[in-house]
Design a protein around this ligand. Structure first.
Ligand code: B12
Length: 482
């Protein structure tokens, strides 16, 4: 029987470029199930419309999948609404082919109903693409009822969009992704790193974060051997630096330890450096040392804040004491580390920001990333909170697209009215003389903490820099300022 060609489109134009690992994982799964997936990567296309037309012409696909990783760049200073371009890609491909257009990706899964409506795509898959996408394709082929496929997002005959709950796979039953569908060596050269997932889902309750809704609250773990196999696959392609793609590597810690120990046993650390996101709690010296032995060089802790009241309001379960202990553990293990902050949330005042910055100076992480203004994503506790505060346009805590944006798809940011939109100027005035703080300089577009359209990073990577972006910025600064 002839294998059906499925065209998979990556519409992520951000720079530096991040490889479409979601599509790679989906492609591996489709190939394993007897389809013929072909990746059309618009990230490197000189003219994306031409590239799309060529790909459709050459492959004559039975279906087209489009990945929606980012809705926007979640950065108050830029507010780049990339979903608009993704919608143009969907409309273009729909005009070129009669094949059904299916959306997926973490951005899509953040607001599946509204993104299907906004883009005009035919169908979608919420949550992970493995198993579910193939099931939807089989169902469409057989003329079955797509609204019965777990995770499918479909339009009913009456034109209503229906979202079926996802049924997440046991990740340890899936084959190791082959990582042969994307131009990984080119991404490494221009993006400075690759990505690997060791688990899926997040069981935290941070009020602003779309991940528990989009990826699922139950942690699903990959087999550590399969993770090590994937590291080896990247090494075979000449790639030896990665940023893990877990929401938080240390949840649960037992699995994180097992992954580390397996990488050591498989001899990966002598050849591969990696970075990761981690949660400040639970984190201890034993885990830090195992991570360092396993090749981890740097950790980005999403700490959000240093003020105990603000931490509580943001839904976090630790305080300054735990942050000090995280710093001690990393230093003991020889890991460099950064703390990522999210300022301006509900209850924020000028004083709470000052207290937070003071704590950061006291603890002294290698870098502190400052995001000012909290993106209100749909289907989060923060979204429910702001909806309860009356019309968006009349809410003094909201900035950005407050008009005609009931779906919250367009960039909209919460900055407590006690601070107001001067948050960038205020925060900058506190940190501008300390290069350890990565923040948006209101007077210099090139000094910011945005990994979208970041020419400083893109140039450094082209010149040979590799690693997590905050670490590349750290090394650039240290080289310039000593
Ligand atoms: C790791 C990570 C990073 C790393 C990437 C490292 C690397 N080398 O890949 C770094 C630090 C560089 C980064 C940067 C940014 N990130 Co980021 N990142 C993540 C994180 C934690 C994992 C992404 C990932 O690769 N997951 C692993 C893959 C396998 O999962 P996946 O993409 O979801 O794909 C699966 C499914 O979604 C589905 N699927 C995917 N595509 C398709 C397509 C079809 C057709 C189908 C059917 C299914 C399907 O199947 C896949 C396999 O199951 C996510 C949050 C999360 N937990 O997902 C945030 C996240 C994606 N990032 C986000 C943002 C905002 C950014 C930045 C814009 C931040 C900034 N302003 O600098 C940049 C953009 C970079 C870029 N060029 O795109 C947001 C996006 C929010 C939104 N809804 O728009 C997220 C969701 C974080 C958040 N909580 O808000 N990021």
């Amino acid at each position: 029987m002839q294998r059906k060609t499925i065209l998979l489109v990556n519409p992520n134009f951000m720079r530096p470029p991040i490889g479409p690992i979601g599509l790679e994982y989906v492609a591996s799964d489709l190939a394993w199930r007897g389809f013929d997936p072909v990746l059309c990567d618009l990230a490197f296309a000189a003219d994306w419309r031409l590239a799309l037309a060529d790909a459709v012409e050459q492959t004559k696909p039975a279906a087209i999948g489009v990945s929606v990783r980012n809705i926007d760049d979640a950065y108050f200073a830029s507010q780049d609404f990339v979903l608009e371009t993704t919608a143009a890609v969907v409309q273009e491909v729909a005009a070129l082919s009669n094949a059904p257009v299916v959306l997926g990706g973490v951005g899509f899964s953040t607001a599946p109903h509204d993104i299907l409506e906004y883009t005009g795509a035919d169908h979608g898959i919420v949550g992970e693409g493995e198993t579910a996408f193939a099931a939807l394709l089989d169902c469409l082929e057989a003329g079955g009822d797509a609204s019965k496929v777990p995770g499918a997002v479909v339009r009913t005959a009456a034109g209503r969009v229906v979202v079926m709950p996802a049924s997440p796979s046991r990740l340890d039953t899936l084959p190791t992704p082959s990582r042969t569908f994307a131009a990984n060596p080119r991404y490494f050269e221009e993006g400075g790193q690759s990505g690997i997932e060791t688990k899926r889902g997040c069981n935290r309750t941070c009020i602003y974060c779309p991940e528990p809704y989009a990826k699922g609250r139950t942690l699903r773990l990959r087999s550590p051997e399969s993770v090590a196999d994937e590291f080896a696959t990247l090494l075979d392609q000449g790639i030896d630096v990665a940023h893990l793609c877990d929401s938080e590597f240390n949840l649960p810690t037992d699995h994180a330890r097992e992954v580390c120990d397996t990488l050591v046993r498989r001899g990966i650390p002598s050849r591969f450096r990696w970075y990761t996101y981690a949660c400040p709690r639970p984190f201890d010296t034993d885990l830090a040392e195992r991570m360092a032995r396993a090749g981890c060089v740097g950790v980005d802790f999403g700490v959000d804040h240093g003020d105990p009241e603000m931490l509580r309001r943001l839904g976090r379960d630790y305080g300054p004491g735990q942050l000090r202990s995280v710093a001690r553990a990393c230093r003991k293990a020889g890991l460099i580390f950064m703390f990522d902050l999210l300022l301006g949330g509900p209850g924020e005042t000028h004083d709470s920001i000052r207290r937070c910055i003071d704590l950061m100076r006291e603890i002294g992480p290698d870098r502190v990333g400052l995001s000012c203004g909290v993106r209100v994503y749909p289907n989060t506790p923060l979204a429910r909170m702001v909806r309860g505060q009356g019309p968006l346009a009349a809410n003094p805590n909201l900035h950005g697209a407050t008009a005609d944006n009931e779906t919250l798809l367009k960039p909209i940011f919460f900055v407590d009215k006690a601070i107001d939109a001067d948050i960038h100027e205020f925060v900058w005035s506190l940190v501008k003389d300390d290069r350890r703080f990565l923040a948006a300089d209101p007077t210099d577009k090139d000094r910011n903490y945005n990994y979208n359209d970041n020419s400083v990073l893109a140039n450094a990577i082209r010149a040979g820099a590799r690693g997590a972006y905050w670490d590349i910025l750290r090394r650039l600064d240290d080289a310039s300022f000593g």
